[in-house]
Design a protein around this ligand. Structure first.
Ligand code: LRH
Ligand code: MN
Ligand code: MN
Length: 388
């Protein structure tokens, strides 16, 4: 008998993790971007790679796009291409962080013509959503300042709110706006949306379909991220995750690589707060694979999320509650740790096989010759990379 009960298996069955198109393009640091054979040259090839991850894991049925990195003439054709490969197009990410105009801000800018341009970019992203069938518009702003006195902090919050109201008003049907926060970078003194509180304060004024996006790499070291997860779920405002892991700042490394225990704690609070398999909470990756193989990096990532989800589902909730109520500190902690230390990998391999998936998706990809095939096919042209 599997250690994964039928209830746990049913929860795992529904798990869906969205992949970022940019994970398949070249990336690096400000020091170097490495090119690698077989890297996609356009959004169509990025989607093909994402579909390969889904084919082997059954965990990644949608792909997030970043505009203009994934700009194409015909979004319906891109949608058809995705669907023909068994995946759908997901979150549309806006981008106001790479144009000269936005040096001093975008949706917060002092100059009305630049702020207008930034709002219009978001309205165009919603046009894209209409064509791709995407539900979520994700906004992350690089807006901020480097020196005390450089910017009017208060005025920028007011302009941000005006801008967001206009963007939100353009959404229709099920469409949503999710506002991501990040405590610093590229701005070093102040950031206009630095924390979950600011994001919450902004989206709370917009309406029900405006939510917070929590990127796990966007917090100061030592931040209790699972507490934020709990609070946002409690408030009904956790719209999405950008999963990744970090050792230092916004490292965008493979989720669960730096601190699997933190990922377990986050997923435990997701389950506790009713966020697992809840359509209101989107699970996305936001990662780059600078030095490792990108398809394998994405496979490893979704498996890490699945493994920690399975472990978190193993927590004996009744025993935990009893120990908490009894004030039995060590027993409560032991309940959590027992689940965390359970190796679920053999049970997940078995479960995968039962669904017609490879027991070991990493091995399956390595032995399939798929990488050699795309390397042979993708010659000429310009490889997609950070910023394209
Ligand atoms: C900003 C961020 C945001 C962007 C992505 C490329 O650091 O996390 O989500 O869209 O990186
Ligand atoms: Mn992010
Ligand atoms: Mn980031």
């Amino acid at each position: 008998m599997s250690i994964l009960t039928s209830e746990i298996q049913a929860a795992l069955e529904k798990q869906a993790i969205e992949l970022p198109s940019w994970a398949f393009g070249n990336s690096g640091t400000r020091f170097k971007v490495f090119g690698t054979p077989g890297t996609p040259r356009d959004p169509f090839e990025k989607i093909a790679d994402a579909a390969r991850v889904h084919e082997l894991t059954g965990l990644a049925p949608s792909v997030a796009l970043h505009i203009p990195w994934d700009k194409v003439d015909d979004y319906s054709a891109l949608r058809d291409h995705a669907e023909s490969l068994g995946v759908t197009l997901g979150t549309i990410n806006s981008n106001t962080f790479q144009d000269d105009e936005y040096k001093f801000g975008s949706l917060t800018h002092e100059d009305e013509s630049i702020r207008r341009r930034a709002i219009d970019h978001h309205l165009e992203c919603i046009d894209v959503m209409d064509a791709t069938g995407s539900r979520d518009l994700k906004i992350w702003l690089a807006d901020g300042s480097n020196y005390p006195g450089q910017a009017d902090l208060r005025g920028r919050q007011d302009r941000l709110n005006d801008s967001l109201r206009e963007i939100y008003a353009r959404l229709t049907g099920e469409q949503r706006l999710v506002l991501e926060y990040k405590f610093f970078e590229p701005a070093f003194y102040h950031t206009d949306v630095p924390d979950w509180g600011t994001s919450y304060a902004q989206v709370a004024t917009l309406g029900e379909r405006a939510m917070v996006c929590l990127d796990t790499g966007h917090h100061a070291p030592g931040t209790n991220i699972e507490f934020i997860v709990m609070q946002l779920l409690r408030l009904g405002k956790l719209g999405s995750f950008d999963f990744n892991s970090r050792f230092y700042a916004d490292d965008d490394l493979i989720v669960g690589a730096a601190d699997p225990f933190q990922l377990f704690r986050i997923l435990f609070e997701v389950i506790r707060g009713g966020g697992l398999n809840n359509p209101d909470v989107a699970f996305m990756l936001d990662q780059c694979h600078n030095v490792e193989n990108k398809i394998l990096g994405q496979i490893r990532s979704v498996l890490n999320v699945q493994e920690m989800t399975a472990r978190a589902l193993l927590v004996d909730a009744d025993a935990l509650r009893a120990a908490q109520v009894a004030g039995d500190v060590l027993a409560a902690n032991a309940v959590l740790m027992d689940a965390f230390y359970t190796d679920v990998r053999p049970a997940l391999a078995e479960w995968r096989e039962g669904r017609g998936l490879p027991a070991d998706p990493m091995k399956a990809q390595l032995e399939s010759g798929h990488q050699a095939r795309i390397e042979a096919e993708r010659v000429g042209g310009t490889q997609a990379g950070w910023g394209a």
